[in-house]
Write a protein that binds this ligand. Structure first.
Ligand SMILES: [Zn+2]
Length: 99
């Protein structure tokens, strides 16, 4: 049976816990992820639930998720603006003149 601590990149068994360096790695650690580094090929991995994910892939997925969140936030702001504008237009013109 293969050990999960083998490097997914080169298969080396010498894979060690790595120090967290970036905000992304600290965020990953906060949700239960661990950082691993292979001594042979120097690849860095994110360990979540016993499986290793290449750090580059994990960051790409995280970026996509952030982009999705940003898009959702933008759509939300747009909806609020449309609602606010349609509400503002239903107000009497005197409201704007006196303001
Ligand atoms: Zn390796």
């Amino acid at each position: 049976m293969m050990s999960t601590t083998n490097c997914p990149n080169c298969g080396a068994a010498r894979i060690h816990r790595s120090r967290r360096r970036t905000a992304f790695e600290q965020a990953a650690a906060a949700i239960g992820g661990g950082m691993r580094r292979c001594h042979r090929c120097n690849s860095r991995f994110l360990e979540i639930g016993g499986s290793l994910i290449r750090l580059r892939d994990a960051q790409r997925v995280a970026r996509k998720m952030m982009l999705g969140l940003a898009m959702a936030a933008a759509v939300g702001v747009l909806l609020v603006m449309i609602l606010w504008l349609s509400h503002a237009q239903s107000m009497p013109p005197a409201f704007f003149l006196s303001a």
